[in-house]
Write a protein that binds this ligand. Structure first.
Ligand code: ADP
Length: 298
């Protein structure tokens, strides 16, 4: 079993001719809504990649709650530990997209911000029994700390979105940042670009057993103690890299839960993430297990 502790957001996406400046009203195109949030995306990524997945999180008591729960269940994600929060809205992301494809995003965490250590304690049996527990930074630290402490298997911590000064909880086995998140973790003023810079920055992170830095089209860099390994990205034609990191984390958890060694698991997850970049959107773009196997088989 893979446990995902994290956020569920309903993404509300509107095309705009240009982004509004303060005080301005812009007339946009038709609004679309999609299930999103890093936690929910990673759970769906793991389920599509063939994992058995259960979620620990919070939704509100509004219509969006039903949309999010149905979307998760529709993908086979177990939702018993998703609590409804009376008097609170479900998390939402308001996303405006310009004709150039540039996004501005407002995340209103709503119920996600109410996830507590007690919620994780209540899911203690799940967390103790899970082969892998995945955490991100869209729910309160106290929930992540409790989940990491309770987890019986491998704890995968994705420090996203980047939060200046944020610290992963103790008991993390695997840190999975992208370059920007790595800079936030080390407190560096510049984002590490070259493999040498990324290796040096990842080497500064002590506490986690291993660090897997995702490098977009450059693949991933694994750093374990003084050893490092670069795994190139699969050559694909990306059309939309939204949720590539979520796809990677979900698939990595599946491969680790199946007992693969870290380097092998990371390569498997690179294949899943590469596929997700060839399709538009977040959850609709996530790779199915057969597709991953097909890409790996060449
Ligand atoms: P995030 O979405 O968190 O910023 P990245 O952009 O680093 O994460 O992407 C995560 C993973 O997705 C990468 O490590 C890589 O395996 C895959 N990926 C991202 N962009 C591409 C690309 N252009 N071509 C192939 N694979 C990609």
């Amino acid at each position: 079993m893979i446990a995902v502790v994290g956020s569920l957001n309903l993404d509300l996406v509107a095309p705009v001719p240009h982004h509004p400046v303060p005080g301005e009203t812009v007339l946009g195109g038709d609004m679309a809504q999609h299930p999103g949030g890093k936690g929910a995306n990673q759970a769906v990524a793991a389920a599509r990649a063939g994992g058995e997945v259960a979620f620990v999180g919070r939704v509100g008591d509004d219509d969006a709650a039903a949309v999010m729960l149905e979307a998760a269940r529709g993908q086979g994600v177990e939702t018993t530990h998703i609590r409804r929060t009376p008097g609170t809205p479900t998390g939402r992301a308001l996303i405006a997209v310009s004709p150039a494809g540039e996004n501005t995003i407002i995340v209103s965490p709503g119920a996600n911000a109410r996830l507590t250590a007690d919620d994780c304690e209540a899911a203690g049996d799940l967390l103790r029994g899970a082969a892998v527990t995945i955490l991100q930074q869209e729910v309160p630290d106290e929930a992540n700390h409790a989940a990491a402490r309770l987890a019986g298997g491998t704890v995968l911590y994705n420090p996203a979105p980047a939060v200046e000064g944020a610290q992963p909880p103790p008991h993390v086995d695997l840190l999975v940042p992208n370059r920007t998140e790595l800079a936030a973790l080390t407190g560096a003023s510049a984002v590490p670009e070259t493999l040498e810079e990324v290796t040096a920055a990842a080497g500064e992170l002590t506490g986690a057993g291993a660090v897997v830095v995702t490098l977009g089209g450059d693949g991933v860099l694994l750093v374990e103690g003084t050893a490092s390994l670069h795994i190139p990205a699969f050559p694909v034609r990306p059309v939309d890299t939204t949720a590539a990191g979520d796809s990677f984390c979900g698939a990595l958890a599946v491969a680790l839960a199946e007992g693969r060694a870290l380097a092998d698991a990371a390569r498997w997850a690179c294949a899943a993430a590469a596929i997700s970049t060839t399709r538009a959107g977040a959850q609709p773009s996530l790779a199915g297990r057969d597709e991953v196997e097909a890409l790996l088989a060449g």
